[in-house]
Write a protein that binds this ligand. Structure first.
Ligand SMILES: Cc1cc2nc3c(=O)[nH]c(=O)nc-3n(C[C@H](O)[C@H](O)[C@H](O)COP(=O)(O)OP(=O)(O)OC[C@H]3O[C@@H](n4cnc5c(N)ncnc54)[C@H](O)[C@@H]3O)c2cc1C
Length: 477
């Protein structure tokens, strides 16, 4: 028989469960941020509906079909140092199926001598030793002499420089900037190195510069032996998305695809969310989690809150072209190769990178991922440009008749978390959003653009928001 205290506690517990179930959550956007936020809320028993505009969940963790295989189109890996993504992989039962990218060293092709491995000893592409053979290969003798001046010049006297591009160019010259530092930042983050905050991207570098008196000396002191390995479940990172959607189903989350939210209203403390093409009535929510891209979030929330601006510049959009080839002998390495210029193309022979993909392909087939700056050209023209870029960067002819299947997808990218002013601007946006009870903003445009950042930030923010909405800021304990 229960004691009266135990009965009271049991009654209190029932109230808590009912209170949680009565709390309605609508998540707008089914990228990794939306899926994680939905999971965080569903775990505590809240009633969650997730609305995704596209035909499937995943967002930039996207997939395309090339004949009889499905391959990752955009994000395809997480670094071995990731904690949140690794925990999610574990949660969906894929931990035993994780593989490591093969022969993953970055290659650069911004100089006149063509593609070669990126120097081994660098921080953010800045070399520790300008005379090293693998550095001179890219910047040549003239660039090495100019970079060496860094050792002879006094350390900065006008305070420390926070702009990566300005720091590198002023100390080591434009060849180091253009051929070693800019390609990665431009290709992967879509912004020039001038807009990257050195203190955010490599926190120890400026202090080491003050200590050692030179940038290359600072790099030598802070360089890590090797970047973390990149990992993914065999068969593609999109399997994580399928696993998360299945996990949400376990928690009775209503995940709707093809449901683009078009208006968001407010009635007292209740949000009213309406999606295009939905036959059901608009949804009511006590907690609204905006997990879509920046433009959609700003325009949907415009009637309710005037959000402060984000840091500039916004990254340029890009085209990803996936090519399935037959009869082309590729170099046997999985490296990303990045070209030169201020809008560099890049190519990764993903069938060489991932054994799981290799095993799905018949002998003689290969898959390339080519990224190009976005143009409004038609798909045929963009695929032709991708073939040309792949031929140039890999040094192997990729002719039209070798292409068995191709897919082009355009992505807008969120800013990297290391963009100058990003953290302050994102904090200001969040602070303003908190003036509206029952609202949470998540996603790459606030957390910075990488799966680990997005997922861990979404979990933290969803936890804060669900706590606020369940207890109205009062701790139940
Ligand atoms: C080409 C590319 C390659 C990348 N590679 C990597 C990588 O290898 N590793 C890594 O860590 N990171 C990588 N990233 C970054 C990473 O993919 C993103 O940071 C992350 O996926 C962003 O997740 P998100 O949920 O914030 O946004 P998104 O993935 O953009 O999701 C937003 C979702 O909201 C939906 N949506 C928009 N408007 C509405 C609306 N009105 N109603 C309903 N739904 C809406 C969209 O359809 C979309 O599904 C890459 C990004 C790109 C573009």
């Amino acid at each position: 028989m229960l004691s009266s205290t135990a009965r009271r506690q049991d009654g209190g517990m029932t109230d808590l469960v009912t209170h949680a179930q009565d709390t309605r959550v609508v998540v707008v956007g089914g990228g990794i941020a939306g899926l994680v936020a939905a999971l965080e809320c569903a775990r505590l028993g809240l009633t969650v509906t997730l609305l995704e505009a596209g035909p499937h969940a995943g967002g930039s963790l996207d997939r395309v079909v090339l004949g009889d295989i499905t391959v990752d189109a955009a994000a395809d890996a997480y670094p071995a140092t990731s904690k949140t993504i690794a925990a999610l992989i574990d949660e969906v039962g894929l931990a035993g199926e994780v593989e490591t990218a093969r022969d993953d060293r970055l290659w650069l092709a911004a100089g006149p001598k063509g593609a070669a491995p990126a120097p081994a000893e660098t921080v953010l592409g800045i070399p520790a030793n300008p005379w090293a053979e693998d550095v001179r290969r890219h910047i040549e003798m003239r660039g090495a002499w100019r970079a060496y001046l860094d050792r002879l010049r006094p350390p900065l006297t006008v305070g420390r420089r926070r702009s990566l591009g300005e720091l590198v160019e002023s100390r080591m010259g434009e060849r180091v900037r253009d051929r070693l530092v800019a390609p990665y930042v431009l290709a992967v983050h879509g912004v020039a190195p001038e807009f990257i905050d050195v203190d955010a991207a490599a926190p120890g570098l400026n202090p080491a510069l003050t200590r050692t008196g030179s940038l290359s000396g600072a790099v030598a002191q802070t360089v890590r032996s090797a970047p973390p390995e990149r990992r993914a479940p065999r068969g593609g990172l999109h399997r994580l998305i399928d696993g998360l959607v299945a996990r949400l189903a376990d928690y009775d989350v209503d995940v709707r695809t093809g449901a683009r939210v078009i208006t968001i209203g407010r009635d007292g403390r209740t949000w009213i969310v309406e999606a295009a093409g939905e036959e059901t009535a608009p949804l009511s929510a006590d907690l609204l989690v905006m997990a879509c891209d920046e433009d959609a979030a700003r325009s949907l929330l415009a009637p309710h809150v005037d959000l402060p601006p984000s840091a500039e510049p916004r990254p340029a959009p890009l085209d990803v072209v996936m090519l399935r080839l037959r009869g082309v002998t590729l170099p046997a390495r999985g490296s990303l190769v990045i070209g030169g210029g201020e809008a560099p193309a890049s190519v990764r022979p993903v069938s060489q990178t991932w054994r799981g993909l290799r095993e799905q392909l018949p002998e003689g087939d290969e898959v390339l991922r080519v990224t190009l700056p976005y143009t409004d050209a038609d798909d045929g023209a963009v695929v032709a440009s991708a073939r040309q870029a792949a031929s140039d960067l890999l040094g192997v002819a990729v002719d039209a008749d070798a292409v068995r299947a191709a897919a082009r997808v355009t992505y807008s990218r969120a800013a990297p978390g290391t963009l100058l002013g990003h953290a302050e601007a994102a904090d200001a946006v969040r602070e303003r959003a908190r003036s509206l009870p029952g609202l949470a903003l998540v996603g790459g445009w606030l957390s910075g653009n990488s799966l680990e950042r997005v997922a861990s930030d979404a979990a933290t923010e969803a936890d804060r928001a669900r706590h606020a909405v369940l207890w109205h800021g009062v701790d139940p304990a």
